[in-house]
Structures are given as structure tokens and as C-alpha cells.
Design a protein around this ligand. Structure first.
Ligand code: GLA
Length: 412
């Protein structure tokens, strides 16, 4: 028995009608021929592990980026966005596409086009209207959904295909176009998600272990309303963490006591008992690098424990692992914020079994695990103690995640 429901390969009727109308207004006849839909994600545990070669444990969300697409015979791409503040964009597909300004939404489509063009001699662009309903800059991967939806549409228009793991790697590489040295989690889950399941994902090569969600577990997502822009200030802080992790590993391995140990985080987590690893880290590293290292190896180990907890339906154990993850992200990885800590505390005091920040941090969202019957109480507490005293500009800042299917293209 699983709890999530898949939104299927179509869109909610109202959303589809509004997007069709936008397409017709922008591009005229004939109508679009394809719908490409790619979900955002919530990561349950395994944060800042992917770029260190360690697993993550996300699920795809019911929120997605949806494109209505009409193939073209030339290499032009024309884009409009249902969100009025994002203007129309146009460009030509090639192997070297100059980016729009930093932070521009069109860069996610350019990223897909340039990377695909480097892999295949693609010649055809499209006219497309986009409607994204993944909250933006919230740590729920709206940007990867935007990129993956465009990538699948371009592949279909150009009739090229790739096996899923290769496609997941290509999509992850593509996102480096926007200047984030990210790992592969967001693209892998957007492409590989499965309704009713969370997925443990390993990297290089991508491997997925779909894990059925117990029917009475609910993951409540709450937005701090503090944007964590992937293209803004959070980008520099994120990229700094990736460098620190590399440096911590190099220094650790260079210490004489560590001679002969496996030379990767993956090898260390799997080949060296945790106590010994932490004792060696205390010898070899200090200050910031010691903290970063401690987070990475402890979080890497927690993912596997969390998978077993989910498999045996042990929500309390899963919740404890989420709490430990949050403490580690706050104290050792230093990516939490007062708002995230507050959301976590409210959820815990209202009956959640565990809670943590999700995504890169520096703002964005928290995720809390509760049993079905506790979920309304947790949502109400978040509403009363967080949102009642803050202006919510738009959308639902707190919602229950539904484990959904990955990205798909369908003919209209
Ligand atoms: C961002 C990145 C991911 C991952 C998370 C942190 O979402 O895009 O690759 O590193 O941060 O776990």
C-alpha cells in the first residue's frame, strides 16, 4: 500500500486551459502538439551528499513545470511563461549558446538545449508556453523541473533518446550552465520519480532504489518564505561548500594515520567503521573542514539507515534520523537559518516525528514526517505560529507532499 497519487501525464483541466490560451495568444495557430511535464522534488534525507558521491533520498512532488510545445522546423526556440513577470524569450539552438542575464528563467531552457546539442546534432527548436507550479527558490527544485521539462521536449521534437541513467547524468551536467556546481539529485529524481515511492539515489553511475512509502506516513512541507535563489547569493555559499568538502577529503587522506584508506567519501562511509572515521577526522582536520567532513560522512550513513526504517515502516526511527540530519546541517554544515530552525521546532512540538531543512538550505523549505492522523495538527500549528504572523504573498506555503511520477512527454 502506498500513499502518493500520481497526477498522470496530463494537467489539471483549468491549468491546461489557461496554458492553451496563453499559447494561442502568443503563437497563434496551429495549436501545440506536445505536453512535457517535469516534477519538483522534496529531499527526505541525504543533504549535501550528492556532489560528494554519497546517496540522497528524495521523492518527486505533485508540483511540476509543464510546457505546451509546438515543434518547429528550424533551430529557433520561442518561450512564454504563464507567470507574467517572466517575459518572453527567444534563442537559437547551438553548441555554444550565450546565456541570458544571470538568474533569467530562460537560462534553464538554454542549458538543456546547449547540452543536448553537444551530445546530438539536433536541428529543431520549438514554440512553448510554460506553467510552473513548484514554489520558486524554495529548495524544491523548480529550476531542475524547468530544465528537465525543456530537455524532454527537445528530445521528443528531435527524435533522440537516451537510457535513463545517461539522461539523468546529462541533465545534471546541463544545470552547470547556470553556474551552480550542483550534484545530480534534482535532475535524477525529476526524471526517475515514481508515484507512491521515495527513491534512494546513488551517483556515478546513477542507481535508484525505489522504496514504497508506508500508507500512513505524511511529509509536510513548509516554506520559510525566505528565497534561496539558486542563481543568487545562495549559489556562492553552495559552491563554497562543494570546495570545502573536496579540500576536507584531500587533507584527511594526506594525514599519515589515514594512509591506505579508501580515497572517496563513498569508500570511507562504506569501508571504515563510523567511530574510527570520526576519530581519524578529529586527528586530521580542524575548524570548518572538520565540521564539513563530519556532516558528509554522518549524513551519508543516515541515508541507508533511513531506507531500512522506511522499509520496515518505522516512522519514529525515520524521524530521529531527520532530526539528526537537521542538527548536522545546522551545526556542522552551517546551511540552516533562524526561520528554518523555527519551522522545524514548530513541527516537532506539534507532533511531527522528525523534521529538517530540505534542499540546499539558506532559506527555502522544511520537511516534517508525521503520521496521517497527526498531519492536520502539524499543518495547523505551522499556520498559526509561522504564517499568521508573516505576510504570505502567493500560493500555499504549507502542503503535504504526494510522491509522484517522474517527467513525461505526451502527445496532445
Ligand atoms: C541543491 C542541489 C542538489 C543538492 C542539494 C543539497 O538542491 O541542486 O544537487 O546538492 O542542493 O542536498
Amino acid at each position: 500500500m502506498t500513499s502518493g497519487v500520481s497526477p498522470g501525464v496530463t494537467l489539471e483541466p483549468e491549468r491546461l486551459a489557461a496554458l492553451r490560451a496563453l499559447f494561442a495568444r502568443s503563437f497563434g495557430d496551429p495549436p501545440p502538439a506536445l505536453l512535457s511535464r517535469a516534477p519538483g522534488r522534496v529531499n527526505l534525507i541525504g543533504e549535501h551528499t550528492d556532489y560528494n558521491g554519497l546517496p540522497v533520498f528524495p521523492m518527486a512532488l505533485q508540483r511540476n513545470a509543464a510546457y505546451l510545445v509546438r515543434p518547429r522546423t528550424d533551430a529557433r526556440v520561442r518561450l512564454v511563461n504563464r507567470e507574467a513577470r517572466y517575459g518572453a524569450r527567444e534563442f537559437e539552438i547551438s553548441r555554444a549558446i550565450a546565456p541570458f542575464e544571470q538568474g533569467d528563467w530562460g537560462n534553464y531552457v538554454k542549458a538543456a538545449a546547449q547540452t543536448l546539442a553537444a551530445r546530438f546534432p539536433i536541428r529543431r527548436g520549438f514554440d512553448a508556453a510554460l506553467d510552473g507550479n513548484v514554489p520558486l527558490a524554495a529548495g524544491l527544485s523548480s529550476s531542475s523541473a524547468t530544465l528537465v521539462g525543456a530537455l524532454l521536449a527537445l528530445m521528443r521534437v528531435n527524435q533522440v533518446e537516451l537510457p535513463l541513467p545517461e539522461l539523468q547524468e546529462l541533465a545534471a551536467r546541463a544545470e552547470h550552465y547556470v553556474g551552480v556546481a550542483g550534484g545530480g539529485m534534482d535532475q535524477a529524481i525529476s526524471l526517475g520519480g515514481r508515484a507512491g515511492h521515495a527513491l534512494v539515489i546513488d551517483f556515478a553511475p546513477v542507481r535508484m532504489q525505489p522504496t514504497p512509502m508506508p500508507s500512513d506516513w505524511r511529509f509536510v512541507i513548509a516554506n520559510t518564505l525566505v528565497p534561496a535563489e539558486k542563481s543568487g547569493a545562495a549559489r556562492a555559499a553552495y559552491n563554497a561548500r562543494t570546495r570545502e568538502c573536496r579540500e576536507a577529503l584531500a587533507r584527511f587522506l594526506a594525514h599519515p594515520e589515514c594512509a591506505g584508506l579508501p580515497a572517496s567519501y563513498f569508500g570511507l562511509v562504506h569501508g571504515v567503521p563510523r567511530e574510527r572515521l570520526l576519530a581519524l577526522a578529529a586527528l586530521a582536520l580542524d575548524g570548518t573542514l572538520a565540521k564539513r567532513f563530519r556532516h558528509v560522512v554522518s549524513e551519508g550513513a543516515r541515508v541507508e539507515e533511513a531506507r531500512f526504517a522506511m522499509l520496515r515502516g518505522d516512522a519514529s526511527a525515520f524521524g530521529r534520523l531527520m532530526d539528526a540530519s537537521h542538527a548536522s546541517l545546522r551545526d556542522d554544515y552551517e546551511v540552516s537559518s533562524p526561520e528554518l530552525d523555527l519551522l522545524v521546532a514548530i513541527a516537532r512540538s506539534a507532533g511531527a516525528l522528525g523534521a529538517r531543512l530540505t534542499g540546499a538550505g539558506f532559506g527555502g523549505c522544511s520537511v516534517a514526517l508525521c503520521l496521517e492522523h497527526e498531519a492536520p495538527r502539524v499543518v495547523a500549528a505551522l499556520q498559526q505560529r509561522y504564517y499568521a504572523v508573516r505576510p504570505v504573498a502567493e500560493g500555499e506555503p504549507v502542503f503535504v507532499a504526494q510522491a509522484s511520477d517522474g517527467a513525461r512527454v505526451s502527445e496532445l
